[in-house]
Design a protein around this ligand. Structure first.
Ligand SMILES: CC(C)(COP(=O)(O)OP(=O)(O)OC[C@H]1O[C@@H](n2cnc3c(N)ncnc32)[C@H](O)[C@@H]1OP(=O)(O)O)[C@@H](O)C(=O)NCCC(=O)NCCS
Length: 373
């Protein structure tokens, strides 16, 4: 008997993250993500996901320095970026750039089970994704990519290479909090794709390419961009009820709502709602937050559904000045921390992932010659 969508199927054991469904909590190696969002940086979380312990100061200093030193893109990537930016979407470009980055990785073609090399590759990929994402946006806008700023932390540098100016401490901290909360989420579709690829003993760049390709879809990472479109189209708090009820009557899915695992509110949505409210107040523009709140009210009363991570992320990123087409790539810039940790975990205790299928086609039959068909 097949289990459609593999719901409830346990595909791997992991010590990286866990969801406490009963209490709507997400935990990274035992630490509540809500605590981490309030106190930790993305650099600390990268270390935690890879080592299952928070770093002490010397370890954090070493990692921060590695993540800073590894920011520069190879000339090959820079040239490819110019070509791809003019012809592909940001997610398609990111997928292709990450795939191509294996060509000039300093660890080259070492065996895929070399965990130390995989960790170094993970650091390089995490360090470089912001430059790839921002490069696409700037080239599309007729501007030359900005060189990374070594004085800034990972999140602040991401905003810097995107906007071309040093962000405020408050905006940089919100970006950091978004990166922390998106960094891992158990066996989601893109993490599963990464583990399936790694399970064949393919290399970590191939596994990241699978993951990015999987995150791209609107039922996964692509939902946040569609939430933005919906808010933009609705345009006012007053227009929310009619619009949402119309969508539901047409049996359309409301993007940013529902979840395979959470039956109540996604804890990350709770944090993002607060961030959206604070940002709206600070920027003197509550409209996006208020439209989002009204959508939640109507969807919840009509369908009993709760928002997921993608819903309030749209308002938060909008307030930070991030264009809609970069919402999913920025999700990838964070989730790559978790994906790479999962790949290394898969390879440390690997068995090929090869599920079964339930055949529902024609019964066995004899070949019919071309002229007799
Ligand atoms: C996340 C999601 C893919 C989970 O899917 P799933 O576990 O396979 O759940 P299903 O799609 O089978 O939905 C179960 C029921 O809830 C309804 N439902 C789920 N999410 C819904 C949504 N966002 N809007 C309207 N109805 C929804 C389905 O129509 C279905 O109703 P039915 O039983 O009457 O047909 C799904 O909720 C969804 O498509 N959400 C919108 C996309 C999104 O926000 N993705 C980001 C996820 S973090």
């Amino acid at each position: 008997m097949s289990q459609k969508g593999l719901e409830g199927v346990v595909a791997a054991q992991t010590s990286i993250s866990d969801i406490d469904v009963e209490n709507s909590r997400l935990l990274y190696a035992g630490y509540d993500v809500t605590d981490l969002v309030h106190h930790a940086t993305f650099e600390e979380v990268f270390y935690l996901l890879h080592h299952r312990e928070l770093p002490a100061s010397p370890q954090l200093e070493q990692l921060t320095s590695q993540l800073t030193v590894e920011r520069d893109l190879h000339e090959f990537t820079r040239q490819l970026m110019v070509t791809l930016a003019s012809t592909t979407s940001p997610m398609s470009m990111l997928r292709t750039l990450v795939s191509s980055a294996s060509a000039y990785d300093a660890d080259g073609w070492v065996v895929s089970t070399d965990h130390a090399a995989n960790y170094r590759k993970a650091i390089r990929l995490v360090a470089r994704l912001p430059q790839m994402i921002a490069g696409h946006e700037r080239l599309r806008g007729g501007k030359w990519p900005v060189e990374p700023n070594r004085k800034l932390g990972h999140a602040a540098n991401l905003l810097y290479v995107l906007m071309g100016e040093v962000p405020s401490d408050e905006d940089a901290r919100v970006m950091d909090q978004c990166l922390v909360m998106h960094a891992d989420h158990t066996m989601n579709a893109s993490t599963f794709a990464a583990r399936v690829t790694a399970g064949t003993l393919s290399d970590i760049h191939s596994a990241m390419t699978s993951a990015i390709a999987t995150l791209k879809g609107p039922l996964h990472g692509g939902a946040n961009e569609q939430v933005f479109e919906m808010i933009l189209k609705i345009g006012s708090v007053e227009a929310v009820p009619e619009d949402i009820k119309g969508r539901l009557a047409r049996k359309e899915k409301i993007m940013g709502f529902g979840h395979r695992v959470y039956k109540r509110e996604d804890p990350r949505a709770t944090i993002l709602r607060e961030l959206a409210r604070d940002l709206g107040t600070r920027k003197g523009d509550m409209k996006w937050f208020e439209i989002s709140e009204k959508i939640f009210e109507v969807v919840n009363s009509e369908k009993g559904l709760f928002p997921n991570v993608d819903f309030y992320a749209a308002a938060v990123y909008h307030y930070l000045g991030i264009p809609k087409r970069l919402f999913t790539p920025i999700f990838a810039a964070s989730r790559i921390a978790g994906w790479t940790a999962h790949v290394i975990e898969q390879l440390q205790n690997n068995r090929l992932i090869r599920p079964d299928s339930e055949y529902i086609g024609p019964a066995p039959r004899n070949y019919v010659k071309l002229g007799d068909r």
